[in-house]
Design a protein around this ligand. Structure first.
Ligand code: C5P
Length: 398
């Protein structure tokens, strides 16, 4: 049984979809899990504690303490007990409170103290789901490592059609199985470096040369590697993203700093993923004071920076090296040339000509190219793209 001996803390919030939590509980039990249920006060209006207690074979937890005898329901020990906290259905209200650290019921205090993986299955009306506030909250939770079981499109309780229907219990079960499966720890013991974000080359104390990279792809990769158990060092240029859980992050500014850090860290690593957008040129001289404007034009002389990827490629030995190529023309030819010249094991090609790929967006459309051929991936979230790239990394590291 896939969840044999695993402790699942099932959180239920006040949504019509709470009726599906009964089936979900049975499926989790059927897969071998021990299930305890924590409900928000409003959830009791949608499904009775008696139903959930009977199915889970444990008393239901709703209040901080039992009003009859004062017995305390410890959110800390619940969080410690759980191998996974699954909130299904998760309302817009609960998701908002989770994103902002509000702790006004037992389900939320338990979430805040849980150290285990947390998954949520949103359920709400299409407009609530599409609202910027909800999407921003979901993004915040995603960036903090909460796994999200995407809602489906279909008929909603309001009678409207659209996205917001909670995923079916069978789908949520397989999501949780995946989350807890050994696959997630398949890179245990491997040390990986990821470079990400944009470098900054100072012209003077005020101005600099940089690029549009936001670091999203590199951060998603660092996160995906860490979730599978790798020890990840993220060498990061400029970005506004939070550090993924369990990742060691070293902030750098210039291409030279990134070069020195990457070279030092590569010694003890099993591999590196070069995702950063590194400046190829830097001002020959950096003015220590702010440059004043004059009447005429100005010329800034630039000199080449180190090609970090190529330097690591030259000394990589048995280590693994993955590169990226962002191209605007003759994409495959350029990528193949870089694959060979920088001695990558494979290269991830994205073209700025593809809709949904490129700077700042949450999706990407890439082709993985190695010496044996190419694998074109569809348009996917950067998170899903990272999973596919890490699948390939895994086959090489094994
Ligand atoms: O040559 P190009 O910049 O297109 O190569 C892209 C690949 O090389 C990426 O993996 C990028 O992170 C890496 N790179 C690097 N150092 C540079 C330039 C690019 O590591 N100075």
């Amino acid at each position: 049984m896939s969840l044999s001996g695993r402790h699942i803390l099932l959180g239920i919030t006040g949504s019509i979809a709470a009726y599906k939590a009964a089936v979900l509980c049975r499926l989790l039990k059927g897969a071998g899990a021990d299930v305890r249920v924590v409900m928000t006060p409003l959830a009791k209006q949608f499904i009775t504690p008696l139903t959930m207690a009977t199915l889970s074979k444990h008393p239901i937890l709703v209040e901080f303490f039992n009003p009859e005898n004062g017995e305390w329901n410890s959110h800390v020990s619940l969080g410690e007990w759980a191998d996974c906290m699954l909130i299904a259905p998760a309302t817009a209200n609960t998701l908002a409170k989770m994103a902002h650290g509000i702790a006004d019921n037992l389900l939320l205090t338990t979430y805040l103290s849980a150290r285990c993986p947390v998954a949520v299955a949103p359920a709400m009306d299409l407009d609530m789901y599409a609202h910027t506030a909800t999407q921003t909250n979901l993004q915040t939770l995603r960036e903090r490592g909460v796994a999200i079981v995407e809602p489906a499109e279909g008929e909603l309780a309001s009678g409207l059609m659209g996205k917001g229907r909670m995923a079916e219990p069978a789908e949520i079960l397989s999501f949780v199985e995946d989350l807890l499966s050994e696959k997630k720890k398949s890179l245990q013991g491997k040390r990986m470096i990821v470079t990400a974000g944009a470098t900054i080359e100072a012209i003077d104390p005020v101005r600099f040369i940089s690029n549009h990279s936001t670091g999203k792809m590199g951060y998603a990769l660092a996160d995906a590697l860490a979730r599978r158990g790798a020890e990840v060092t993220l060498i990061s240029g400029r970005t506004t993203l939070p550090t993924p859980p369990s990742v060691r992050r070293i902030d750098v500014t210039s291409a030279l700093q990134m070069y020195e850090t990457a070279l030092r860290e590569f010694d003890a690593a099993d591999g590196a993923v070069m995702c950063a957008a590194v400046a190829d040129y830097t001002p020959e001289e950096v003015s220590p004071i702010k440059l004043k404007k004059g009447e005429g034009d100005m010329v800034i002389r630039l000199k080449r920076t180190h090609d970090i990827a190529a330097e690591l490629g030259a000394r990589k030995g048995a280590r693994m090296l993955v590169g990226f190529a962002l191209e605007t023309d003759h994409e495959e030819a350029h990528a193949e040339e870089k694959l060979a010249r920088k001695n990558f094991d494979f290269i991830v090609l994205n073209s700025l000509r593809d809709a949904g790929a490129g700077f700042g967006v949450d999706t990407n459309k890439v082709t993985l190219i190695d010496r044996n051929g190419r694998q074109e991936l569809p348009l996917l979230s950067k998170r899903e793209t990272a999973e596919r790239i890490v699948d390939k990394i895994e086959t090489i590291l094994k």
